[in-house]
Design a protein around this ligand. Structure first.
Ligand SMILES: *[C@@H]1O[C@H](CO)[C@@H](O)[C@H](O)[C@H]1NC(C)=O
Ligand SMILES: *[C@@H]1O[C@H](CO)[C@@H](O)[C@H](O)[C@H]1NC(C)=O
Ligand SMILES: *[C@@H]1O[C@H](CO)[C@@H](O)[C@H](O)[C@H]1NC(C)=O
Ligand SMILES: *[C@@H]1O[C@H](CO)[C@@H](O)[C@H](O)[C@H]1NC(C)=O
Ligand SMILES: *[C@@H]1O[C@H](CO)[C@@H](O)[C@H](O)[C@H]1NC(C)=O
Length: 292
C-alpha cells in the first residue's frame, strides 16, 4: 500500500462519474499516442472512450458520462458516488489504467481503486456491454496477482488478435427497464391484436358474402334449370317413343329367330313387313333368310 500513500499525499485527483459535468454524450477528448495503438478496440476506440461507454451503463444520465483528461500529477479515483458494478470490476479498471498509461500518468493499484466498492468482479464486466463499443481481450486478464495492469502482458494479449467482447444482440432483461420501449411494445401488441381482429372480421364478412352469392346463384340456377328441364322432358318423351319403336322391331325379329322356319307352317313364313324391316335394319339376316 506504499503506492497508495504516495498518491494520497499532496497529489491532486480527478474524479470520474457523478462529479463530472459535461455536455456531450459518453465521450472523451483524450487521444492516445500512436505507440499505444495496440490498446484500441476493433472499433478503433481508445481505452478512455471504451471506459466512458462502460461507465455510462450505470450512470443515471449516460449523456454526462465521459472521461476527462488528466492534468499532470493527477490520477483517477473512484468516489463512493461513482462506485457501481460498472466501475468496481477489473475490466473497467484495466481500460482506465490503459487510459491513464497512454496519458503518461500513474494509476492507483486495483486494491486502492476498489476501496469504495461494495461488490467487486474479477475478469468480468457484470453489466451488459453497451452497443457502440467493444472490450478488448487484454482487459479481461486477471490482474489481481500483481494488483495492477501490466502493460507488457496486456500488449502481448493484444497482439494475439483475439476477438473483442461486444454487446449480445438479444436484448437482456436488465436492459429493458431503462428503455422507454415498454409502451411502444404494448402498442405494437395492441396493434397486432387490432390487425388480427380486423383480419377475422373481414374474413367473416367475406365468408358471409361468398355464401350469399352462392345461395343466390344456386336459386337462380335451379329456377333456370327447372324451366329447361320441363322443356327437355317433352323432347325426351319424343326421343323415348322413337327408341321404343326401334326396339319393337328388334323384338319382332327375335321372335322370328326363335320360331324356326318351317315350310309346312305358314306362321313361320317371313311376313312381307318383317322382310322389309330386316332389310332396313339388318341386311345380312335378310340374305340368310332368303337362302333358306
Ligand atoms: C477536453 O475537454 C475539456 C472540457 O471537457 C476542455 O477543457 C479541454 O480543453 C479539452 N481538451 C482538448 C485537448 O481538446
Ligand atoms: C472513496 O470515496 C470518498 C468519498 O467519495 C473519497 O473521498 C475517497 O477518496 C474515495 N477513496 C478512494 C480510495 O478513492
Ligand atoms: C451488483 O452486483 C451484485 C452481485 O451480483 C448484486 O447483488 C447487486 O444487486 C448489483 N448492484 C446493482 C446496482 O445492480
Ligand atoms: C510485467 O510482466 C512482464 C512479463 O510477465 C514482467 O517481465 C514485468 O516485470 C512485469 N512488470 C511489472 C511492473 O510487474
Ligand atoms: C495479428 O494481426 C496482425 C495484423 O493483421 C499480424 O501482423 C499478426 O501476425 C497477427 N498476430 C497473430 C498472433 O495472429
Amino acid at each position: 500500500m506504499a503506492s497508495l500513500f504516495r498518491f494520497a499525499t499532496g497529489i491532486a485527483t480527478v474524479l470520474i462519474g457523478a462529479a463530472i459535468t459535461s455536455v456531450t454524450a459518453q465521450l472523451t477528448n483524450i487521444t492516445c499516442p500512436i505507440n499505444y495503438n495496440w490498446m484500441t478496440n476493433s472499433r478503433l476506440q481508445n481505452p478512455c472512450l471504451v471506459a466512458a461507454y462502460l461507465q455510462s451503463v450505470c450512470d443515471s444520465d449516460p449523456a454526462t458520462s465521459d472521461i476527462q483528461l488528466l492534468p499532470p500529477d493527477h490520477h483517477y479515483i473512484l468516489r463512493k458516488t461513482a462506485a457501481s458494478n460498472c466501475t468496481c470490476n477489473t475490466v473497467f479498471y484495466c481500460v482506465m489504467s490503459a487510459c491513464t498509461a497512454c496519458q503518461a500518468r500513474d494509476s492507483l493499484p486495483w486494491s486502492g481503486w476498489s476501496e469504495n466498492c461494495t461488490y467487486t468482479f474479477v475478469s468480468q464486466y457484470p453489466k451488459p456491454i453497451p452497443e457502440g463499443t467493444a472490450i478488448p481481450a487484454w482487459a479481461y486478464y486477471n490482474i489481481t496477482p500483481l494488483d495492477r495492469l501490466n502493460l507488457t502482458i496486456a500488449e502481448n494479449i493484444a497482439h494475439e488478435n483475439l476477438t473483442d467482447s461486444t454487446a449480445i444482440p438479444v436484448p437482456s432483461s436488465t436492459s429493458f427497464p431503462s428503455l422507454p420501449s415498454t409502451s411502444p411494445f404494448e402498442d405494437r401488441t395492441n396493434d397486432t391484436k387490432t390487425k388480427n381482429l380486423g383480419a377475422i372480421i373481414s374474413g367473416v364478412i367475406g365468408g358471409i358474402t361468398l355464401i350469399a352469392i352462392i345461395s343466390v346463384t344456386t336459386v337462380i340456377w335451379r329456377r333456370l334449370r327447372r324451366l329447361t328441364v320441363s322443356k327437355q322432358c317433352n323432347m325426351t318423351t319424343q326421343v323415348g317413343t322413337e327408341l321404343s319403336t326401334e326396339s319393337d322391331i328388334h323384338d319382332t325379329l327375335k321372335d322370328s329367330e326363335v320360331k324356326l322356319y318351317n315350310p309346312e307352317d305358314p306362321s313361320t313364313f317371313p311376313r312381307p313387313d318383317q322382310i322389309a324391316s330386316s332389310h332396313i335394319y339388318q341386311p345380312n339376316r335378310y340374305n340368310g333368310l332368303a337362302e333358306l
